[in-house]
Ligand binder design. Structure first.
Ligand code: SF4
Ligand code: SF4
Length: 456
């Protein structure tokens, strides 16, 4: 690691050299309580990523974003384009939650739950430790050149295989496991485009994890860039206790012995002692490493820890401020609105639209007819027996051009409705009528349609 002159860390990111070229950071493998916790949590996230599209709740996948067929399953609830309002509300709740979470806990998501970090730290880097040796022990330097070449080839083949598996996982979130299996089990000649896409995405992942790595977090990720505006002095993040640590150096009275181990273990190559920096993904590796050092020199641990600048400065660790209250209030209102909207959502979506170019037809001297196109979507995983009743005129005659009474689970259908009404029922030229949609005897939803009668 190069020597860093005081304040020079502000001139450029540490993983960029004087000419603007990126430098490869080879960090030591972390070791300690936080790394163990992070490993457990990361594998829980990986299991969720693998099984969420496979596990079914009420016949629907736990998670599925089937963009091609325009249906999305979120925790077993199927949403369609007709539910755009709910999807928009869900997005808003997520955005406000992320903002609130970031204001309070900083970039914790990046180090612990972001798929980029999880795959990089828990899979690709572990493969690297196997083939190149753990940089803690500098074991790679002990290999002869033949062994190094074989190990490098083995590492990159493993990277390519894992990238291919991650691509399949990514595709499964959009297609579901059955469709994915159909794609990968069919001959390449039958699905050239699909395989080209798969190969392209696999190569992209390989390039990201084998070469770009932490540059995704420092240069490309928009969330990382937002930290500057979201964090304040009360936000919790990985922080160096400068009050306890300084003046640093083995012979000084501060607790930091200036061993540089916190830098050696950092995957983004920064020195956390310079304060909060946009490259820090809150991975906690430096906390573990510094605790090992503190233990060796018989000083109290947590010189680097989760805390806020305000907490280190004053000893007051409160996370409450006006912004946390404001975001919490907005989040609360949004969650209530989402809850109400979801509770009012029906399992059947019905729309009636007057057929283009038609108004009213006089069937005979006593009957008038209007024609509508009817669209029905069964958003549930249960087959439905659909019937319609005009609630305002119980004896009205409803004629459909095709049978739409049997509506299978997760399907849609459409028909043309001829609604015949006795003229004497019509009090005005234009009348709004309520039409009930039933599943067996259960009223599912009520729609209002407009009926045009002859000019009075
Ligand atoms: S690991 Fe701890 S003691 Fe060593 S330089 Fe970093 S902060 Fe100082
Ligand atoms: S400074 Fe510490 S927490 Fe931040 S990225 Fe580096 S090792 Fe992880």
């Amino acid at each position: 690691m190069e020597d860093i002159k005081p304040e020079s860390f502000r001139d450029k990111p540490l993983n960029i050299d004087e000419t603007g070229k990126s430098k490869r950071i080879i960090a030591k493998q972390p070791k300690g309580k936080w790394y163990t916790r992070r490993t457990i949590f990361a594998w829980f996230c990986i299991l969720f990523l693998v099984f969420a599209p496979i596990i079914k709740i009420n016949g629907n996948p736990l998670m599925l974003f089937d963009v091609i067929n325009r249906k999305f399953s979120i925790f077993g609830n199927m949403f369609y384009p007709q539910d755009t309002f709910i999807l928009a509300l869900i997005m808003l709740v997520i955005v406000v939650f992320v903002v609130l979470f970031t204001v309070v806990y900083g970039r914790l998501f990046c180090g612990w739950a972001c798929p980029q970090t999880i795959f990089l730290e828990m899979i690709y880097r572990r493969i690297e430790y196997i083939f190149d040796g753990n940089h803690r022990n500098k074991s790679k330097e002990n290999y002869d050149s033949f062994s190094k070449t074989i190990r490098t080839i083995g590492k990159h083949i493993s990277f390519i295989i894992v990238s291919f598996l991650i691509t399949n996982l990514f595709i499964m979130w959009f297609t579901g496991p059955d469709k994915l299996w159909q794609i990968i089990s069919s001959p390449i000649s039958e699905n050239k485009l699909g395989f080209l896409f798969m190969a392209g995405v696999s190569l992209f992942y390989y390039f990201v994890y084998a070469y770009l790595r932490q540059q995704i977090c420092t240069f490309f990720c928009p969330y990382g860039r937002l930290q500057g505006v979201l964090l304040d002095s009360k936000s919790i993040s990985v922080i160096y206790d400068f009050k306890r640590g300084e003046p640093r150096g083995a012979k000084n009275e501060g607790d930091c012995i200036d061993c540089g181990q916190c830098i050696a273990v950092c995957p983004t190559g920064i020195d956390i002692r310079n304060g909060s920096q946009f490259e820090c993904v809150n991975c906690t590796a430096c906390i573990d490493e510094c605790n090992i050092v503190m233990n060796k020199v018989k000083k109290p641990g947590n010189l680097i820890r989760f805390d806020s600048y305000h907490g280190v400065e004053t000893g007051n660790h409160s996370i409450k401020n006006a912004r946390t209250y404001a975001y919490s209030a907005v989040l609360f209102v949004l969650i209530i609105a989402l809850g109400i909207t979801v509770s009012k959502r029906t399992s059947i979506d019905v729309s009636f639209n007057r057929m283009q170019g038609t108004l009213c037809q006089e069937v005979d001297s006593v009957t008038v007819s209007n024609i509508y196109t009817v669209k029905l979507i069964n958003k549930s995983s249960i087959d439905k027996n659909i019937t319609f009743k005009l609630l305002d005129v119980p004896n009205a005659n409803l004629q459909f051009t095709n049978d739409i009474s049997k509506l299978k689970a997760d399907t849609n259908t459409e028909s043309v409705l001829m609604l015949n009404l006795p003229k004497q029922q019509l009090k005005a030229h234009s009348t709004d009528l309520k039409i009930g949609v039933y599943d067996g005897d259960n009223l599912i939803t009520t729609n209002t349609i407009n009926f045009i009668g002859p000019q009075k």
